[in-house]
Write a protein that binds this ligand. Sequence first.
Ligand SMILES: *Cc1c(COP(=O)(O)O)cnc(C)c1O
Length: 393
Amino acid sequence: MSGGGKHTRLLHAGAPLLRDGAGPVNVPVVRTSTVRFASQRELDERHHRRAAGERVATYGRHGLDTHQALEDALCTLEGGHRAFLAPSGLSAITLVLLGLLGPGEHALVSDSVYAPLRRVDKTLLQRLGITVRYFSPARDDLAALIRPDTKLVYLESPSSLLFEVLDLPRLTAIARARGVPVAVDNTWSGGWFLQPLRLGANISIQAATKYIAGHSDVMQGAVVVDSPALAKRIATAHEALGLAIGADDAYLALRGLRTLPVRLAQHQRNATEIAQWLQRHPQVSRVFYPALPEDPGHALWQRDFSGASGLVSFALRGADATTAAAFVDALHLFAIGASWGGYESLALIAAPERLREHSAWQGSAPVVRLHVGLEDTQDLLADLDQAFHRSIS
Ligand SMILES: *Cc1c(COP(=O)(O)O)cnc(C)c1O
């Protein structure tokens, strides 16, 4: 099904054909290591098509029906040509970096990027002779930073601690004019509120761990590319790294995708209410949520995104690290923990050493990041209120 509105298309993408006149709604879990062939000729033919760049499974690592249905649905979601599945969001990031960069080559990365990318740089890319330069997407002139050996521009919008919104059409146009591919980490939007490929990016990366799976029970990454040429380069690295995910996890992500729009709409309603309450709170000096008119990224967000997800950060006025920890410890409904995108609320302290790497924020107050879940907002507000009273007086 290719026509219809965007909800209809997402719900029906990758749906299985009926066999003998009947069948399930969603594709079933098809587990395998060995792929069987009717004849040597069939096997040879499929090897050949695979080598030519077609998506054809000749072995379990390549994934059969469940994986392919998820890949199809991800292409529909992101408006892409081909999708690749990885065992985590971080491995999807590494796949793109290793797929597009080689010794002596250079990448430009926005400085508010998901922090573990810097660890991949320090522990792996540097050893391979790949250089990464971190730039301020708001202040630096990207055009002046692109060198002849620049082979990738890597962006994340909004960033995942302070939600700095990047001017994606402007940045992708600069890179494209120089022939440099652009990858965007699109985890914040779940692919539903933003399609980076429509704004000029060539690759969209997601931690499907977060909103796509949506229930805090799956680790998974996805890479969606816009062209056969990039698909070929990513496919080569994907094969060489031996990246594979289980059919059960592919199924869970596919199931999660079907309810992504309704979950995100509710995350946005709840998060907006909490963000507005925090804005009025005397112990809060600043709230980071691009859907708020006061947020510096609001105009870009309104232009490029169709909604906002459940992440809200705020700076605690006059608090130190001990008070911030006491605040987070005093919360009952918000669990303390990393990750986000499940149905439940979470809180963590955004580490100051991480925030210092982000040129968009020069403050010194501790920052708390909330993932606002699907609970009743009056319960979440009561929890925040009692935590303020117990920790900061
Ligand atoms: C969580 C996250 C990742 C990494 O995903 P994992 O599945 O946890 O490895 C990458 N980018 C962003 C923005 C994330 O929030």
